[in-house]
Design a binder for this molecule. Structure first.
Ligand code: EPZ
Length: 448
């Protein structure tokens, strides 16, 4: 076994309640977008509290290919992004990043504004559904962009510049809303986006753009109105904390019968998660203040089954679903989970069943309002019968969030599991192996 392969495998000793403290940094799903926004400024931007994760490295690499100078700031975890000399990148070099992330699609608007041309490689990201980009391309065309599909990727130009438009999203997509924001801020005239996503990460991106000089009005009914301006400056920004990572550690505390203080976790962005956590029987304690956080713990009593449905904000996040399902395998009774954001985000439950869980997936929309995946042959609802004694298994990590859940399950299980593909977890969880160790977990690479 080579070192590379070895570092992608962890031997996890189960029956370990996680106890202690971890810190979460800036939200992955804001940080990567704020880095792209820096392209729009006519001077350097400073981004604080940037986590050391693979997605940040990928975006940094792509920015550098386009002439952005990225350096470390004075504070630890601070990045300085200087877009003064933005230029066209070599297609072959961009293509090295093909398949590694979804973020390149968000370079379109900023690059069109700065250099009149964008090349977008084949996209990557987690395989949790079809993940098309039709909303993105439709919106770009409405702004006046010309999109040509080439064998290598998408070649995008704007022969007559970009102008404001009125656009109604078929679904409140996070990425497509960001696409519209990043394009409209420097487009000529006013843009009105209907059925926009309003996730806290989107509002934080609006804050970043406002600091740069943009004029953006967020109305109460998913309508965002953007008044194009002629220039934007750099920004200095401290991102909202990562509410997906915070919830993952909370669910891990519950699933393993532990007690974890997540420093940095922010109540207002996690209200829906906290309600479900409490309904199941988990205990939590919220500490306010700049260095506050949330303590999540298992009180020792029996956990209760719940019915939950994932949804766009302010609903229960799809990215909270997988770690929470591991905790639900330990709850008394039948829990129902209806996944309404991605059509294929329950595949990981097969591995949990191999470990002794009893989870049945269904094509029907169970327990909630019918969603767009009903009667379309997608197993997007699950019934979880608990509590189940989990036992060790060999696990292969399928995607980022499911991967973290596999790890939690291995920690909760009896015996020693081998988990393959753990490098995927580095895409979104900073120092996760060190954090696991700090919480008392015994997880190490296999002996050579
Ligand atoms: C973002 O993905 C996040 N990724 C995802 O987190 C998150 O799960 C998702 O938003 C929902 O909150 C990043 O921010 C990098 P969407 P995004 O566009 O923007 C459909 C993680 O683990 N759709 O809101 O790609 C799509 O197929 C990741 O951190 C179209 O049909 O998600 C999906 O069913 C995983 N056409 C739904 O909309 C389009 O053009 C929501 O996707 C775009 C989207």
């Amino acid at each position: 076994m080579t070192n590379d392969v070895q570092s992608d495998v962890l031997v996890v000793h189960g029956d370990t309640p996680l106890r202690g403290e971890v810190r979460v940094r800036g939200a992955k799903n804001l940080v990567s977008k704020a880095m792209v926004a820096a392209l729009l400024g006519d001077g350097p931007s400073r981004l604080h509290d940037v986590p050391r994760i693979r997605d940040v490295e990928i975006v940094r690499g792509l920015l550098e290919l386009h002439g952005v100078r990225v350096s470390d700031g004075v504070e630890p975890s601070e990045l300085v992004l200087d877009p003064t000399n933005v230029e066209r990148a070599n297609v072959d070099e961009i293509n090295v990043h093909a398949g590694s992330s979804r973020i390149p699609i968000l370079f379109c608007g900023p690059l069109l504004h700065r250099i009149g041309h964008a090349f977008i490689p084949d996209l990557g990201g987690c395989h949790i559904g079809d993940r098309p980009i039709d909303f993105h391309l439709q919106a770009l065309r409405e702004f006046g962009a010309q999109v040509d599909k080439t064998p290598q990727g998408l070649d995008i130009t704007a022969p007559n510049g970009l102008h404001g438009t009125k656009f109604d999203l078929p679904f409140p997509s996070v990425g497509a809303t960001e696409q519209v924001l990043l394009t409209a801020v420097l487009a000529q005239g006013v843009t009105e986006l209907q059925n926009a996503a309003v996730e806290p990460e989107i509002i934080d991106l609006v804050c970043v753009l406002q600091k740069m000089g943009a004029i953006i009005r967020v109305h109460t009914d998913r309508v965002i109105e953007i008044e194009g301006v002629s220039r934007l400056t750099g920004y200095a920004h401290r991102p909202i904390p990562d509410r997906i990572e915070a919830a993952s550690w909370g669910a891990a505390a519950l699933a393993t019968g532990g007690d974890v203080f997540v420093r940095g976790a922010h109540q207002a962005d996690m209200m829906t998660f906290l309600n479900v956590f409490r309904s199941i029987g988990g205990k939590l304690d919220i500490e306010d203040g700049p260095d506050g956080g949330i303590r999540f713990w298992h009180p020792g009593d029996e956990l209760r089954a719940v019915a939950l449905e994932t949804d766009v904000h302010p609903g229960f996040m799809t990215d909270w679903q997988q770690p929470m399902v591991v905790a639900l395998t330990q709850a008394q009774g039948l829990s129902i989970v209806h996944e309404t954001v991605y059509e294929r985000r329950l595949g990981y439950t097969e591995a949990l069943n191999q470990m002794g869980a009893t989870i049945q997936t269904y094509r029907e929309c169970l327990g909630g309002t019918p969603c767009r995946f009903g009667r379309r042959n997608f197993r997007h609802s699950a019934v979880i019968a608990g509590p189940s004694k989990l036992h060790a298994a060999d696990l292969v990590i399928p995607d980022l969030r499911a991967g973290f859940s596999h790890l939690i399950a291995a920690l909760a299980a009896e015996g020693t599991s081998t988990v393959y593909g753990v490098n995927l977890i580095n895409r979104g969880y900073e120092d996760f192996e060190a954090k696991l160790a700090a919480l008392g977990a015994h997880a190490e690479p296999p002996r050579p």
